[in-house]
Design a protein around this ligand. Structure first.
Ligand code: SAM
Length: 353
């Protein structure tokens, strides 16, 4: 049996076999076979639903200096902004009017948002929209901080591990950051009962199949409820400005592989994928993705949250264009769902209780 079928039958492979799988998936027919199985599994657990999350990019200040990121500390020529509690709440109000039930608060690692400030924001959102899910994506914080934010009502946390290879992690980040700490944060978040999202960029500088195999092994070990996988896209004011972007095709193969590895995972067709290809999201759904995250940030700030060049923030990417997004999702054969859309295992547990 070839490696593709072996993986489909039993996704628990060793590192060298994952490398072999990744190499074999370059073949169009093999990629097609993986996508077919990925779609079968996402349909089994989630039907045709594509879940919608409202993304609120609330600060572009960041104390970190990740070499790939457009809002890194050393990025110049970038106007920095922070949303006030009122502004964040009015994004949620707009989201609620549109029917959103999940708010993702994402930002750089900005110490201005102390635990007290974030707690207040989370509590206010939960008070006004008790049925919604609040997802945080604000980087590495202490266990105590994660505990307090969870206690305040945060349900989910997105923290991509970025790469599970020590050497590659050092190539992407300055010396003061560490993979060990990043992974520790993910385990702490799980321990605190968050639904956790890990993930990585496809085609980041220096990434080979060996690194990607490590990512697959790490995802299998962590078993996150969500996985964010999008292409790396260079940003003009970062050290990686001249590096090639990751490809759409590699991203799609990885989406299928991760769906097969973690069948119940919530897998977004990312903005980066939509930026690289006008049909990127549709291709993402056909490869196994089942989440979209339209932008609910105030229109005036969207350009300023520029993680990479030409990042989409209008058109169907914008929450205001929900009706257009719905049409596109339906035209591709899926159903746009405004439900909270918890990970399938959570749903099963809730039904048992
Ligand atoms: N600061 C938080 C953190 O570190 O998790 C959340 C914000 S961070 C900007 C969100 C994600 O953007 C990162 O995890 C990274 O994978 C992605 N990202 C940053 N720069 C990118 C680039 N040039 N191309 C594609 N994705 C990028």
């Amino acid at each position: 049996m070839d490696i593709i079928e072996r993986f489909i039958r039993n996704p628990e492979l060793g590192k060298t076999e994952y490398v072999e799988l990744l190499r074999a998936s370059e073949d169009r027919q093999a990629a097609h076979r993986l996508a077919e199985e990925a779609v079968r599994l996402r349909k089994k657990y989630y039907g045709n639903a594509v879940y919608v999350r409202g993304l609120i990019e609330f600060t572009n200040y960041c104390r970190n200096d990740c070499f790939y990121c457009g809002i890194r500390r050393s990025s110049r020529g970038l106007e920095r902004y922070r949303l006030t509690e009122e502004e964040i709440l009015s994004c949620c109000e707009e989201g609620s009017r549109l029917g959103f039930q999940t708010y993702v608060l994402q930002g750089g690692e900005d110490p201005w948002y102390t635990d007290e400030r974030l707690e207040r924001i989370i509590r206010s959102i939960k008070e006004q929209y008790p049925d919604c899910a609040v997802t945080l994506s604000v980087g590495e914080r202490s266990y105590e901080s994660y505990r307090r934010l969870r206690e305040a009502g945060a349900d989910r946390y997105l923290l991509r591990h970025e790469t599970a290879s020590e050497e590659h992690y050092r190539r992407l980040h300055p010396a003061e950051m560490s993979l060990v700490h990043r992974k520790q944060c993910l385990y702490q978040l799980k321990d605190l009962g968050y639904q956790v999202g890990a993930g990585f960029m496809a085609g980041s500088p220096g990434q080979t199949y060996a690194e990607l195999a490590e990512d697959l092994l790490f995802l299998r070990e962590l078993k996150p409820q969500m996985a964010g996988i999008g292409p790396f896209i260079p940003h003009h004011s970062t050290p990686f400005r001249d590096e090639p972007a990751g490809s759409v095709e590699l991203t799609l193969r990885l989406l299928s592989i991760v769906r097969i590895l973690l069948p119940r995972v919530l897998l977004p067709a990312t903005t980066a994928l939509g930026t690289m290809d006008p049909m990127g999201r549709e291709k993402g759904f056909a490869a196994g993705a089942n989440v979209v995250m339209p932008n609910l940030s105030p229109a005036a700030n969207r350009k300023q949250y520029e993680l990479y060049d030409n990042k989409l923030c209008t058109g169907d990417e914008a929450a205001e264009s929900l009706a257009d997004l719905k049409k596109r999702v339906e035209a591709a054969g899926w159903r746009l769902s405004m439900e909270r859309g918890d990970a399938a295992e959570e749903l099963e547990e809730a039904q048992k209780a």
